[in-house]
Design a protein around this ligand. Structure first.
Ligand SMILES: [Fe+2]
Ligand SMILES: [Fe+2]
Length: 198
């Protein structure tokens, strides 16, 4: 145990130094602590989404749904890209980007359909999270981060669309007979177009 020494000019208190350092570091970035924190929370959420999609890919592989396994692997890669995009932004802005710990990722799913239900649920939760972040940025008058977030908000249109369409295949095709086989084949072909011409 270090002895606590009162701070004087000759005797800088070691317990005080980190606080001063932190204040100095604050001068190097316009990111408020609140915004840095919510960005790091989102970095973690994207990492968790990536791990979840990878777990879904594994489940599909184990249960004979090869095409969906490939689709979820691709989704996992995309979520990692999202994580890195946020990570780079925090770093570029002079903030402290934290490499997140991810644990307790679900391994088993109730059914083929349940995998897609959870995927859609996850995307909706991510959209809601970005909406809350945008709201925070406006309250904090951080328009730099607010602008940065626009890419993610637009991206979520596609993310939700694809997840919703995949789940709808269960209604459109039906699971009876070769239904699940057909659904599996169709999943990777779902494409989002932002015009009617596409
Ligand atoms: Fe994402
Ligand atoms: Fe996503």
């Amino acid at each position: 145990m270090k002895e606590e020494v009162p701070a004087t000019a000759n005797h800088p208190n070691p317990y005080v130094t980190p606080k001063i350092m932190k204040d100095l570091l604050r001068l190097r970035t316009s990111l408020s602590e609140t915004i840095e924190q919510i960005l790091n929370d989102q970095i973690k959420m994207e990492a968790e989404a990536s791990a979840m999609y990878l777990a879904m890919s594994s489940w599909c592989d184990r249960n004979g749904f090869d095409c969906s396994a490939g689709y979820f692997k691709k989704q996992a890669d995309e979520e990692r890209e999202h994580m890195l995009r946020l990570f780079k932004y925090v770093s570029d802005m002079g903030g402290r980007a934290v490499s997140p710990g991810v644990s307790n990722i679900q391994i088993e799913f109730d059914s083929f359909r349940n995998v897609f239900e959870q995927a859609l649920q996850q995307e909706i939760a991510v959209t809601q999270s970005f909406n809350r972040m945008a709201d925070k940025c406006q309250k904090e008058k951080d328009y730099v981060t607010f602008t940065f977030l626009q890419w993610f908000l637009t991206e979520q249109i596609e993310e939700e669309y694809v997840a919703r369409r995949a789940l709808e295949l269960f209604e459109v095709i039906g699971e009876e007979g070769t239904g699940q086989y057909e659904i599996d084949k169709r999943v990777p072909k779902i494409k989002y177009e932002d015009t009617y011409e596409g």
